[in-house]
Design a protein around this ligand. Structure first.
Ligand SMILES: *Cc1c(COP(=O)(O)O)cnc(C)c1O
Length: 386
C-alpha cells in the first residue's frame, strides 16, 4: 500500500519561486500594516486592560440595535445573503436622496477602492493621490500594475491644513493616462480636509477621462461649515464616486461594510467585478439597523467632539505640534523617534499608530476615545516621555 513519492527529495528540480512569478506591482508591494489587536498585545506582554487607539474605531461600540439585528441574522446563516442587498440599498438610497441603482456595497469601503482599481486601472494607466494620503490608494494602484502619481502635500507650516491635500498639485498631475484620482476628505492620517469651493473647482477642471473618488470615511464627524457632502453632487459630476463606511461612526469595523454612491452607469460597472455575495447577511442586517439609530450617531459625534478637543488641547499644552483634525483621530509630531514612543506606550498598555510609512516620521496618530481612555493615553505619554 506504499504510495510512490512523485519526486525524490533532493533531486535537482527547478526551484519554485512564487514571488518571481507574481505581477511586477505585487512583487514590490508592502502589505498594509493593521493596528495590533488588544488581545495580541495583552498576550505578548502578559497584561490586561490594554486600550487600542490605533485604528480609529468607535469607542462607544456599535448601536445596540445593530447588535440585536446581527444576532437575529445569525439564525439564518445557512442561507446565502441577498446578493443585491435590496433593503440596505433602499435605506441608503433614501438617506442620501439617490436611487438604489446608484449604491454599490463593499466588504468595507476598502473593497470598493479595490473594485475601482480593477475596473479602471491597469498597466499604462495612472492614479493620482496626495502624499500622506490613505495607504490603501497606493496599494490598490500598485496591485494592478498601474502607475501611482503622488502629488506633494501642502507644506508642514500651512496655517490651516499642514500636510493636507494640495488639489492644484493633484490637478497638475492629471493627463489622459490618469483614470482615477483619490481624494480623502477628511484624510487619514492627517485629519485635514478640503472645502466645497476648492473641491468643486477641482472637479470642474477634471477631464471626462478621469474618475474622481472622494473617500468620506469620516464625513459624519466633520462639523465645519463648507464641508461638502458630495453624495449630493452626482447630478453635476457623472465621473464622481463617493465612498462611505460603517467602520467608523457606526462602530461596525469588524463586520466589514462600506459603500459607494455614484452614477448608475458607474455602479453597474463596479457590480460586474464584485463577488456576488461580497457583503454577508449579518453585516447587511446590522447596517440596516444602524441606519435607523440616529441617536447613536449623535452621541458618537458628541463624544468625539469633546475628546478631540481634550486631546488636541492637551497635546498642544505639552508643546507638541498637532495637525488640526476634523476626524476621530489626531496626529502629532512627537519630536523624536515615534516608533520608540509607540513601543513605550504599548508597554503601558496603550496602542497607538506611528505614521512614518505615510511619510510622516516622528509623528504618532491616536484615535479619539472616551474622556477616561484619552486620559489614560495622556498619562501614559507623560510617563513615557518623563
Ligand atoms: C478607515 C478608513 C476607511 C474605511 O475602510 P473600511 O474598509 O470601510 O473599514 C476608508 N478610508 C479611509 C481614509 C479610512 O481611514
Amino acid at each position: 500500500m506504499a504510495s510512490r513519492n512523485p519526486a525524490a527529495p533532493g533531486a535537482s528540480r527547478p526551484v519554485f519561486d512564487p514571488a518571481a512569478l507574481a505581477v511586477a506591482g505585487v512583487r514590490g508591494l508592502n502589505p498594509y500594516q493593521p493596528g495590533k489587536p488588544v488581545a495580541t498585545l495583552e498576550r505578548e506582554l502578559g497584561i490586561t486592560h490594554a486600550i487600542k487607539l490605533a485604528s480609529n474605531e468607535n469607542p462607544l461600540g456599535p448601536s445596540p440595535r445593530a447588535v440585536t439585528a446581527a444576532r437575529e441574522a445569525l439564525a439564518e446563516a445557512h442561507v446565502y445573503p441577498d446578493g443585491n442587498a435590496f433593503e440596505l440599498k433602499a435605506a441608503l438610497a433614501a438617506q442620501h436622496g439617490v436611487d438604489a441603482a446608484q449604491i454599490t456595497l463593499g466588504n468595507g469601503s476598502n473593497e470598493i477602492l479595490e473594485l475601482i482599481a480593477r475596473t479602471w486601472l491597469a498597466p499604462g494607466r495612472a492614479a493620482v493621490f496626495s502624499a500622506h494620503a490613505f495607504a490603501v490608494y497606493p496599494l490598490v494602484t500598485q496591485a494592478v500594475d498601474a502607475e501611482a502619481r503622488v502629488a506633494p502635500a501642502l507644506p508642514a507650516d500651512h496655517p490651516q491644513q499642514p500636510f493636507g491635500h494640495d488639489l492644484a498639485a493633484m490637478r497638475e498631475r492629471v493627463d489622459g493616462d490618469v483614470r482615477v484620482v483619490f481624494v480623502a476628505n477628511p484624510n487619514n492620517p492627517t485629519g485635514t480636509w478640503v472645502d466645497d469651493r476648492e473641491l468643486q473647482a477641482f472637479l470642474d477642471e477634471l477631464p471626462p477621462t478621469t474618475l474622481a473618488v472622494i473617500d468620506e470615511a469620516y464625513a459624519e464627524y466633520v462639523e465645519k461649515s463648507g464641508y461638502p457632502d458630495t453624495t449630493q453632487w452626482l447630478d453635476r459630476y457623472p465621473n464622481l464616486i463617493v465612498t462611505r463606511t460603517f467602520s467608523k461612526i457606526q462602530g461596525l469595523a469588524g463586520l466589514r461594510l462600506g459603500y459607494a454612491v455614484s452614477s448608475p452607469a458607474v455602479a453597474e460597472l463596479l457590480n460586474r467585478v464584485r463577488q456576488p455575495f461580497n457583503v454577508n447577511a449579518v453585516a447587511q442586517a446590522a447596517g440596516l439597523a444602524a441606519l435607523a439609530d440616529a441617536e447613536h450617531v449623535q452621541r458618537s459625534v458628541q463624544v468625539n467632539r469633546e475628546g478631540l478637543q481634550q486631546l488636541s488641547r492637551a497635546l498642544r499644552e505639552r508643546g507638541f505640534r498637532v495637525i488640526p483634525s476634523v476626524g476621530n483621530f489626531v496626529t502629532f509630531d512627537t519630536g523624536r523617534d515615534a516608533g520608540a514612543v509607540f513601543e513605550a506606550l504599548q508597554r503601558e498598555g496603550v496602542i497607538t499608530r506611528p505614521v512614518e510609512n505615510y511619510g510622516l516620521p516622528g509623528h504618532l496618530r491616536v484615535t479619539v476615545s472616551t474622556r477616561e481612555d484619552n486620559h489614560r493615553f495622556l498619562d501614559a505619554l507623560d510617563r513615557v516621555l518623563a
